[in-house]
Design a protein around this ligand. Sequence first.
Ligand SMILES: *Cc1c(COP(=O)(O)O)cnc(C)c1O
Length: 465
Amino acid sequence: MKLVFERSRAGRGTQYLPENDVPRRLPKAQLREKKLHLASLPETEVDRHYTELAKQTHGVNDGFYPLGSCTMKYNPQINEEMAALPGFTKIHPLQDADTVEGCREVCDTLEKYLCEITGMDAVSLQPAAGAHGEFTGLLLIKAYHRERGDVKRTKIIVPDSAHGTNPASAAMAGFDVVSIASDDQGCVDLESLKAAVGEDTAGLMLTNPNTVGLFDPNILEITRIVHEAGGLCYYDGANLNAVMGIARPGDMGFDVIHVNLHKTFSTPHGGGGPGSGPSGCKAFLAKYLPGKGAEGSIGDVRSFGGNFLVAVKALAYILSIGREGIPAAAENAVLNANYMKEKLKDIYPLAYDRTCMHEFVICLEELKHQTDVSALDIAKAMLDHGIHPPTMYFPLIVHEALMVEPTETETKETLDEAVRIFRDIYDEAVKNPEAMHEKPLHTPVRRPDEVLAARSPVIRYAFED
Ligand SMILES: *Cc1c(COP(=O)(O)O)cnc(C)c1O
C-alpha cells in the first residue's frame, strides 16, 4: 500500500478554508524554518487512503480478539453517542466550575460507582492508563509511610506472575522490588510471602484473579500477612472482568487499587483510546489522592480531571448494563473462558488445569519440543483465519504460553468457530510443522523482524528536503 505522502501530488489538495489573515505573533525563534510537509490529495483519495488502512487492521469490530489480560470486549455504540454530546465535547477545562456542573456530576457519579464496584472509599479519575494508575497508587503508599515517619519501608513485594508494569511502576515510584515465587498452582506461595515481609515492606502488589486466570484461594491470608507486617496491599484491577459485581478488592483486604476503564468498562484501547486508569483507595488514604486539591495530596498526575470523555463512556456502560448487568457480564466472561478451555484442553495443554476465571493459559512447551512449532507459530497461523492471536509468552512463569481471554461479548457460535480454527491449526502443526514457520500467508504484513521493529521503529517519512 502506498503511503499518503507517496499518493500526494502538488496542487491536488482540497482547500475549503481561506488563507489565514491573522497576524502571527510568535517570536521568530519559535517559527518553523521549513515549510510543513502536508500531503496534498483530493478528498476522495484521503478517504480511500484511510479506508484502506482501516481494512488492514484488526479490531473487535472485525472479528474475534481473545488477547488475554487485555479484555478486548465490544465497545457499545451508545458509549460513543453519549461521549459525542455537545455538552460534553464543547467545554473547556478552564471554564468556571458552575458552568459545567453536569460534567462534574458525570465524574462524581462514576467515582461513586467505581467505589461501589471495588469496595474502595475514594477514587481519582486522573491517571491516564493502567500503569499510570499503578504509579499513582504506589505514591499513595509512599506518602502514607512517609507521613508516619516510617521511612525504612522501601520494598514492594511483587509475585513472579505479575504484569510487567507492576515491577516497573514500583521502581519508578522509587521502591525496591522483591519478587516472590508462585506455587505449583500459579498462586502466591505463602511461605515465600512470609519470608519476604518485614519492617522494610512498604506493600504488596497483586493481581487477583492472577495472570494465569486463577482466583487466589488464600487471598485473605495474603492481605493479612502483609498488613501484620505493617505493609499496605495494592490490587492491580486492570482486569476486573471476572469479579465485578461479585467480589470486591476492598473486601479482600486491599487498600489501594487501579482499574482500567479501557478494559473492563468497555472503552476503546490504543488508537481508539485514549485510556484511563482511575486510582482508588480506602478512606485513610483518600487525602493523598491526586486531583482533589486536598492537603497532603501527592499532587496532580495529569492535567485537570483526566480523560473526561473516557469517563463519560465508562459511565454510559455502567448505567446501561446496570446492577444486574455488571455481575452478569462477569459471569459470562468466566463461562466463555471455561467453555473454550474445556473444548481445547484435550489437545492444547493447560498451564494449570483448574476452573479458570476470565482467561486461561495454554502451555505449548511439549509441542515445541516435539515439532519445533512454537506458540508464536500457532499465534501467527490464527491471523490467516481472521482471529487476533491470544497474548503470547506471558505470564513469564509459563513456557510457550498462549493466554486466551474470549470475554463475555462473544456468542457461542463465535466461540465454536474459534475452537474449530484452534483445533485445525493444531492438526496442521502436527502434520506439517515446517509450513507453520511461514504463517501467516494472507496478511498485508507477514513476519516483521520484531526486535528491529521494537528497537528501531521507522515512524517518520524520509522526505528528500
Ligand atoms: C493492561 C494491564 C495493565 C496496564 O494497563 P495499561 O493501560 O496498558 O497501562 C496492568 N496490569 C494488568 C494486569 C493489565 O492487564
